[in-house]
Write a protein that binds this ligand. Structure first.
Ligand code: FE2
Length: 217
């Protein structure tokens, strides 16, 4: 395992699991999807760093980063078939929300492959495409790390989140900017916007307004 996990003082079982997951990920992605592999490793490093910065569990953050795109090696047809096999129901035709499915299907499959994965990690993976108005610290870390990992080309939204991080913004602020930029991007590119995403967006707007009224932000 790399020096960084030793630096975090991970226990032997944690080091072993991280090494096994990384080995499996390389076997799954290195030939077919080398860029996806590089992205996954970069998200893992970014998530680990964010966890250390925001007082979350760096081990869980790193695991979630490594595994979040587990099902992205599947092509669109295979992702759809897997979602149907798992009985995933988002209330719309699944082919309309193809980019959202891989987080849900991975979360459905990974516990059988890695029974020792913490539920918090599975949950962060499940929510990394959809987001939610009820995100834990770890959920937000994976969502943000996926957007800003250094290999990802900077869109204006990504550049804003990176600047906010450099200025010391809070984790909920980074998540909100990442989520809202993602919604804007779907609209800018004139693609189908999942109604559940609009609902989540509105929920967060209302909660932020309520918090602001209570003077919490
Ligand atoms: Fe990703």
């Amino acid at each position: 395992m790399s020096d960084s996990s030793l630096r975090q003082g991970y226990g032997p079982a944690q080091v072993e699991l991280l090494a096994r997951v990384e080995r499996d990920l390389r076997a799954r992605m290195s030939a077919a999807k080398p860029r996806r592999l590089a992205h996954s490793l970069s998200v893992a490093r970014t998530a680990e760093e964010l966890a250390l910065l925001y007082g979350e569990d760096p081990f869980e953050a790193r695991l979630a980063g490594l595994l979040h795109d587990w099902d992205k090696v599947l092509d669109g047809e295979e992702q759809l078939a897997e979602a149907m096999r798992q009985g995933i129901d988002l209330g719309v035709e699944l082919s309309l929300v193809l980019p959202l499915l891989h987080g849900l299907t991975a979360a459905g499959r990974l516990p059988r492959l890695y029974p020792e994965l913490p539920e918090s990690v599975i949950r962060a993976i499940r929510l990394h495409t959809l987001g939610s108005a009820r995100m834990t610290g770890l959920d937000m870390i994976l969502f943000v790390a996926d957007g800003i990992e250094p290999l990802r080309k900077a869109s204006p939204g990504i550049a804003r989140v990176r600047e906010m991080l450099a200025r010391g913004a809070s984790l909920p602020e980074l998540y909100w900017e990442s989520f809202a930029s993602g919604v804007s991007f779907v609209i800018e590119t004139r693609r189908y916007l999942y109604p559940g995403t609009i609902e989540t967006y509105n929920q967060i707007v209302l909660e932020r307004a309520r918090d602001a009224a209570r003077g919490q932000r």
